[in-house]
Write a protein that binds this ligand. Structure first.
Ligand code: B12
Length: 274
């Protein structure tokens, strides 16, 4: 390699930057230089190395927890305003910058939805605000469905049962399982139990995931899990108060050690969490 000595002005020209920029790099140590006489002199080798470093794409900086929390606040405001393009833009840019879709759901999308649910419950919000917000989230999540490479772990069926109209948590569970390399049969909300049993038997389902958000159906969901297990399909019941990490850990055969959500095991071994 040519190791000629260049004056700083020549080095700046070779690097394609202004003299002042090259001078700043010298001062910060980014560009090694020697003082010869009254000027800085830089070696050709150091110029070439710096050029190479600058040409290499910088790895994306994963959003910090602070940025994620700020974005959750912005999503809350946008959902209240029905500002779909902001919600989509925030979600897209966090994912592009390296936030996993599950993290996005748990940290940026679910908290504002819960706040909206509570405000509705206290009578502070009209029902249409909640409906519009959930429709925006449904479309935003549709855009972000992951498609990971690699061998699938098996086929998981995801649904909620008759009487539970909350389809969004089933979408969230389906996304989490897809991101974890499951092939997912997403049947949405309000599915009759009989149909789910028939589906799992007919489609070689390796895991049935029943999402419960309307607690009135919780007992029936547990009963369905027992039925599915007895028929040979492992089943997991969970929803409000349990997390997607918990879902994925248990689905992948691990034990979830967390005492926050109330988790118990049914007599048949199915994991229950509400
Ligand atoms: C959007 C919404 C609706 C929408 C649903 C639209 C849709 N397409 O889904 C509509 C308008 C239909 C609706 C209807 C009702 N809703 Co609603 N709804 C909500 C809201 C705001 C968000 C629901 C949601 O998406 N949750 C997902 C996220 C935000 O919550 P999460 O707990 O973190 O969810 C996680 C788990 O579910 C987990 N997960 C999902 N699947 C699985 C599976 C397993 C195995 C595991 C481990 C984890 C897991 O993943 C999620 C992400 O982390 C909630 C507020 C809330 N706190 O959830 C109320 C809420 C759930 N609704 C409530 C109520 C009362 C109702 C109604 C009864 C209102 C009414 N009087 O008509 C009806 C019930 C209709 C019915 N028969 O089911 C109550 C439920 C109270 C209760 N304890 O049962 C809530 C909590 C609002 C409140 N604060 O009072 N609702």
């Amino acid at each position: 390699m040519d190791d000629a000595q260049l004056e700083l002005r020549e080095a700046a020209r070779a690097l394609g930057v202004h003299y002042q920029t090259a001078y700043r790099w010298v001062r910060s140590g980014e560009l090694p230089a020697q003082v010869v006489g009254k000027q800085y002199v830089v070696s050709q080798r150091d110029v070439d190395e710096l050029k190479k470093r600058r040409a290499a794409p910088a790895p994306p900086r994963k959003p910090t927890a602070k940025r994620v929390a700020q974005q959750a606040k912005r999503v809350h405001v946008a959902l209240l305003d029905g500002d779909e393009s902001s919600v989509r833009q925030i979600a897209r840019s966090l994912v592009t910058d390296g936030t996993g879709v599950v993290e996005l759901i748990q940290s940026v999308i679910a908290p504002p939805l819960r706040q909206i649910g509570e405000a509705w419950h206290r009578g502070e919000l009209d029902i249409w605000v909640e409906h519009r917000a959930s429709a925006i989230v449904e479309r935003t999540l549709g855009d972000l469905v992951p498609n990971p490479r690699g061998r699938r772990r098996g086929t998981a069926m995801v649904a909620s049962i008759s009487g539970d109209l909350h389809s969004l948590p089933t979408t969230m569970a389906a996304i989490a399982l897809r991101e974890a390399n499951w092939n997912v049969e997403h049947l949405g909300a309000d599915m009759p139990e009989e149909e789910l049993v028939r589906f799992c038997t007919a489609h070689d389902v390796d895991l049935a995931v029943i999402s419960v958000t309307n607690l009135e159906v919780a007992q029936r969901a547990d009963a369905l899990a027992s039925r599915l297990q007895a028929a040979g399909t492992p089943a997991l019941v969970g929803g409000t108060g349990s997390s997607l990490e918990q879902l994925v850990t248990v689905a992948n055969g691990g034990e979830y050690a967390n005492d926050e959500p109330e988790t118990s095991s049914g007599s048949d071994g199915s994991s229950l969490a509400y």
